[in-house]
Design a protein around this ligand. Structure first.
Ligand code: SAH
Ligand code: SF4
Length: 360
């Protein structure tokens, strides 16, 4: 019989499992610490357990953290990990080291059903939702391999570690699993990454945004807006036909922000499609009056994508126009384009990468 996997299980669930084995609740706490805080995934080596319990746990369960199948390193330091799931599917996680912090970009689905026309994950189509264990199971091996720690009492001087739910998939279409993963990732008793250091990005699933606003523990929210008229947005993001711009922004205005919190609006610039200065003024007008900021990103090109990247000059002009319109706007540097690790490029398996000449 296949052993039950423990990675992704909550403290409550672990307690039930150990109670079923006739163990006391504090053993579940020890197991929880071993899995998530101490990253001891060889269950036979959990030293807080007596030898007999160690053996029993190792016989009945396993702690499967997806192995790193392949790893690609960019000239800018970005590392793209292909991780192999238990069913053989590959998913992608990206580590972006910066001078004073590290950011891990996490996938929430294998593929994506939203079908944005500028995104390779969209072109790939939907494969399946990731489980909480598979979402947490992306962060753990990357932390382990790079010796990253969340800032905590135990590691007070750790470099800040950020998580962005901006890899493959639409997080709000895998709602329950994503929230369960966030609870595990943020728990100070375990992995311990503060939700102030996490951002979840959505293509604009309005009921999901409303539900997310009610969560007691939640990351910051980013919205992929990407256009300023329904005609253009529906063309590049078909989801706009279901939840058009006005409805999306209404949900954003109602979103219960915490003190000093702002919503981030992401805007992928596509030459000739959504990058006029008129678009920039309209964007500022749409967002004026509620706490927000805009992140601009030039299209990361990919094979099969019917768009090109505007010039740096156009991106700058666009930014200046948004700022003049009264909304803070930042240009996001592309990361890891040379290894196809940048936003919207997550899909290519190793063989395809090699044929495109990306460095392994
Ligand atoms: N599905 C979610 C999160 C993953 S996509 C969402 O759409 O928000 C993360 C970000 O990458 C989104 O803001 C998306 O607009 C952007 N993106 C997608 N394809 C891109 C590309 N080819 N170049 C640049 N950014 C892209
Ligand atoms: Fe899915 Fe986001 Fe890509 Fe759109 S941009 S297809 S929502 S991953």
């Amino acid at each position: 019989m296949e052993k039950q996997d423990l990675i992704g299980l909550s403290a409550d669930r672990l307690r039930e499992l150990l109670m079923d084995l006739g163990e006391r609740p504090y053993r579940a706490a020890q197991l929880y610490h071993a899995l998530y805080r101490d990253r001891q995934w060889d269950l036979g080596l959990i030293t807080t357990f007596p030898a007999k319990l160690r053996q029993r746990i190792a016989e009945e369960f396993r702690a499967r953290v997806p192995p790193v199948e392949k790893k690609f390193e960019s000239a800018d330091g970005t590392v793209r990990y292909l991780l192999r799931l238990a069913d053989g599917k590959e998913i992608e996680t990206v580590l972006m080291p910066e001078e004073h912090r590290d950011t891990i970009c996490v996938s929430t689905q294998a593929g994506c059903a939203v079908d944005c026309k500028f995104c390779l994950t969209g072109v790939l189509g939907f494969q399946r939702n990731l489980t909480p264990g598979e979402i947490v199971g992306q962060v753990l091996p990357v932390m382990q391999e790079n010796r990253l720690e969340a800032t905590s009492k135990k590691h007070p001087t750790a470099r800040p570690l950020n998580l962005v739910f901006m890899g493959m998939g639409e997080p709000l279409l895998n709602y329950d699993n994503v929230i369960a993963a966030i609870l595990l990732l943020s728990d100070a008793e375990g992995i311990g990454i503060s939700t102030h250091h996490m951002t979840l990005s959505t293509s604009g699933i309005v009921p999901g945004i409303e539900r997310f606003g009610q969560e007691k523990v939640r990351p910051k929210l980013a919205i992929s807006l990407n256009a300023t008229t329904d005609a253009v947005r529906s063309r590049i993001m078909p989801i706009n036909r279901k939840w058009p711009i006005a409805e999306l922004l209404k949900a954003c205005r109602r979103f219960p922000l915490r003190p000093r919190e702002r919503l981030t609006f992401e805007y992928v610039l596509l030459e000739g499609a959504n990058d006029t200065l008129e678009d920039a003024s309209r964007l500022a007008k749409l967002l004026r009056g509620f706490p927000s900021k805009v992140n601009l990103i030039g299209l990361n090109p990919g094979p099969e994508l019917p768009f090109s990247t505007p010039s740096d000059e156009r991106i700058l002009q666009f930014q200046q126009t948004v700022i003049r319109g009264g909304v803070p706007a930042f240009i996001r540097k592309p990361r890891g384009r040379d290894i196809f690790a940048a936003c919207g490029q997550l899909k290519l398996a190793g063989a395809e990468m090699a044929s495109l000449g990306a460095g392994a």
